[in-house]
Design a protein around this ligand. Structure first.
Ligand code: SAH
Length: 271
């Protein structure tokens, strides 16, 4: 039996006449090299080598950055936090939207996710996440799990994420999808988010992804001193204002309108 080094040398030299055995070895070697190639050239750590959606996701984030550069407003950041952008380069948005809209997963637009609900436009997800100014050991509450996408983006940035969803079928689907993708620091529960989730509070950040007629007082009460909440406030099915709510260290509450937005309505049900 020839040793591997010898065979490889022979394959490379091409001096010998071809034989069936050597042709077979060439084929085997080619397969081995091709199989190893994607892992070798893959540019981003932590991403699966067989991820076909990466370039679309990178393009989506470039678009998000471009929009951020154009949107004006005193509370609107022109440059989004690099950590937020990195989180959005990582979360597989396509794996959290229904099959029927998967091809559009990386367009900067909202998409239907069933039950009359939508996943927000990526720029809005980035903006809301940025406005929370999160630190790695923060605990965040989300109201309106929907697809689970915003929760996954948050989970890339902080220690723990709690998310409430009023449509039980969406809560169940998102919980399953997030678990399948390995987001085990996200806890999803079906229920009305108006009352928050006291047992896990107070929170460093709260993000509400459905349009409420007013800022729910129980949510403000569950913010830590220094905590921030982002919430669209206004009439259902019309344009709302994205509001930033800050509680300072002395417990003073400050609110600021950030941007006109359109969200699905905040509905009420059983607590
Ligand atoms: N963050 C979601 C966006 C979902 S759209 C995502 O990334 O996909 C807003 C969601 O809020 C909808 O799924 C809707 O059912 C839910 N919702 C509306 N009112 C709610 C309430 N009172 N409590 C919890 N969820 C609510």
């Amino acid at each position: 039996m020839k040793r591997w080094a010898e065979i490889v040398r022979e394959l490379g030299s091409g001096r010998r006449k071809p034989s069936h055995a050597r042709c077979l070895m060439k084929a085997v070697l080619a397969v081995v090299l091709l199989a190893a190639l994607p892992a070798a050239v893959w540019p981003m750590p932590g991403l699966a080598a067989d991820e076909p959606s990466l370039s679309a996701r990178l393009e989506m984030v470039r678009q998000v950055e471009a929009i951020a550069g154009m949107v004006r407003g005193p509370a609107v950041p022109r440059r989004l936090d690099a950590r937020v952008l990195e989180a959005m380069r990582t979360v597989p948005r396509h794996a959290l939207v229904p099959e029927a809209v998967r091809v559009q997963a990386y367009e900067d637009r909202p998409l239907p996710i069933g039950y009359g609900q939508t996943i927000s436009q990526p720029y809005i997800v980035a903006l809301m996440t940025d406005l929370l100014r999160l630190a790695p050991d923060d605990v965040v509450l989300e109201i309106g799990t929907g697809s689970g996408y915003q929760a996954a983006v948050l989970a890339e940035l902080v220690d723990r994420v709690y998310s409430l969803e009023i449509v039980p079928q969406l809560a169940e689907r998102a919980a399953g999808d997030l678990a399948r993708l390995g987001y085990d620091t996200v806890t999803v529960r079906a229920g009305d988010g108006y009352h928050g989730w006291e047992e896990h509070g107070p929170f460093d950040g709260i993000v509400v992804t459905a349009a409420a007629s007013h800022i729910p007082p129980p949510l403000v009460a569950q913010l830590k001193p220094g905590g921030r909440m982002v919430i669209p406030v206004g009439a259902a099915f019309l344009v709302q204002q994205l509001m930033l709510v800050e509680v300072d260290e002395a417990g003073e509450i400050r609110t600021e309108a950030v941007l006109p937005v359109r969200f699905v309505p905040f509905t009420r049900g059983a607590p």
